[in-house]
Design a protein around this ligand. Structure first.
Ligand code: HEM
Length: 449
């Protein structure tokens, strides 16, 4: 099928270094010049159709999702390290696993996890109290990272990890996460990284984590059942065979929950706190709302519903700094998206950051305006111009988990503590790795309110 002439085609051989350095800036620049859709050929790699067009996003993720699979970058490349869990799986096997795991994230299960999340948050607050008393400044991202990592560990293993184990696991996962951006983002580095032994080293680290998880599984089988995600994965049975998951699949799924559900929420929380600190008027509204919500009752699974403004703040933070700032799909057959035709094998880059800043759908897109995230305002917008958790059948399975942990943590922390940003913190920019990081360390002084 021929491409309609209206879709610009860019050959950006010379643009490779700047695309590698800051793909967000580069792609947003191209969108400003060439519009919502354009074809990109980056020196020899497969043609990629970049889009910030909500109609196309909706078409690919939902309306004709059967014709689009994740690319090998998202599946095989990441699976080398993190295994074939939900995030990296595809086709029939993905669907079977998704059906099996979905119930673990239903409302009732999440409600049961609330207490465990809150117990981690309470410990983190104790740590903050000590920091406030000693006047120690803290690294904002380390704080959110530790909190979120402990929450996910406890949600999966209840009580399986002590401090030392948690720190070791966290360090290993961070190292692998930090490394895979190179083979994923820069295909021509894959060979050299292999020759230099880097690939082997990081697969080795991931294998250490796998062995650790296997030990926890063996321990659990010898213990009484618990009410956590590991138990859910152990107890579930395939509909057709009545068999449980193999240990290998179990480990893949646990590992992928760490890989998908940790950096994303940790970054988002750091961005949200940073945004609020830079907008004291919004912070005051948040604190007022938390105080009023607490006056009615505890802020728990039901209580977070009394925090509509804080929810809007988190939504707006996810719009401005979407942790999953890009995703992709490959067309399995020639297709017509309604806006343009696409040939089999073409990659579509769903550029979520660009979509969330698309001026055709967002007024003053670079301004922090939680007010634009009321349910009414959301309804009035195109449903696919805001997709921080993706969309269609592959919608993030942990979206409610993530929102719950973020609201619980923010409400606990912001009601009792104030943070002072170091000078220069207003200059923070984004650093697009696998997820969207801050480009520098942000330190804050902690004060008890
Ligand atoms: C702010 C936090 C989070 C954000 C922004 C986020 C974002 C996303 C996005 C955009 C996708 C879809 C990717 C695609 O379709 O290409 C996704 C998938 C996924 N997420 Fe999340 N996520 C978050 C938190 C979590 C948490 C807490 C968990 C687990 C506890 C989790 C587990 C997963 C899994 C397993 C998938 C793959 C689902 C599938 O393909 O069936 N995520 N996430």
């Amino acid at each position: 099928m021929p491409q309609p002439p209206s879709i610009p085609r860019l050959k950006v051989l010379t643009g490779i270094p700047k695309t590698i350095r800051d793909p967000i800036k580069t792609f947003n620049g191209y969108s400003g010049i060439y519009g919502e859709n354009y074809l990109l050929s980056v020196g020899g790699s497969r043609r990629t159709h970049l889009t910030i067009d909500p109609d196309v996003v909706q078409y690919v993720l939902q309306k004709n999702h059967r014709n689009y699979e994740k690319s090998e970058i998202q599946t095989d490349q990441v699976a080398r390290y993190f295994g074939h869990g939900l995030l990296t799986n595809s086709g029939k096997s993905w669907l079977t696993q998704r059906r099996l795991i979905q119930p673990g994230f239903h409302r009732k299960r999440l409600e049961k996890l609330t207490e465990s999340m809150q117990s981690v948050i309470d410990l983190q607050c104790e740590d903050l109290r000590a920091k406030a008393a000693s006047g120690t400044k803290m690294n904002l991202h380390h704080f959110t990272r530790d909190a979120v990592f402990r929450i996910i560990v406890k949600a999966i293993f209840t009580d399986g990890f002590n401090e030392e184990d948690t720190a070791r696991l966290n360090a290993a996962i961070d190292k692998v996460h930090g490394y895979i951006i190179y083979p994923v983002r820069v295909p021509f580095l894959r060979g050299p990284l292999r020759w230099l032994g880097q690939e082997k080293k990081h697969i080795g680290l991931a294998n250490d984590v796998r062995r650790d998880i296997q030990r926890r599984i063996d321990l659990r089988r010898a213990e009484d059942p618990k009410d956590d995600l590991l138990q859910m994965l152990l107890d579930t049975r395939y509909e057709d065979t009545g068999e449980p998951m193999t240990d290998e699949q179990l480990i893949d799924e646990v590992l992928i929950l760490f890989a998908a559900g940790y950096e994303t929420s940790a970054n988002s929380l750091a961005w949200t706190i940073w945004l609020l600190l830079r907008h004291p008027d919004k912070m005051a509204l948040v604190r007022k709302e938390i105080a009023e919500a607490e006056a009615v009752g505890p802020i728990d699974f039901e209580g977070v519903r009394r925090l509509p403004y804080l929810t809007q703040v988190v939504d707006e933070s996810l719009r401005m700094y979407p942790p999953a700032w890009i995703t992709d799909r490959v067309a399995l057959e020639d297709d017509d998206t309604g806006t343009f035709s696409i040939t089999k094998g073409t990659v579509i880059g769903l550029f979520i950051h660009g979509l969330h800043h698309n001026p055709a759908h967002w007024e003053a897109p670079y301004e922090f305006r939680p007010e634009r995230m009321t349910p009414e305002a959301k309804k009035a917008r195109h449903p696919s111009c805001y997709v921080p958790f993706g969309g269609g059948p592959r919608l993030c399975i942990g979206n409610h988990f993530a929102m719950l942990e973020m609201l619980l943590l923010l409400s606990s922390v912001l009601k009792d503590f104030d943070f002072e940003l170091e000078s220069g913190a207003e200059l923070v920019g984004h650093k697009p790795l696998i997820t969207l990081h801050m480009d520098r360390v942000v330190r804050v002084a902690v004060k008890e309110i």
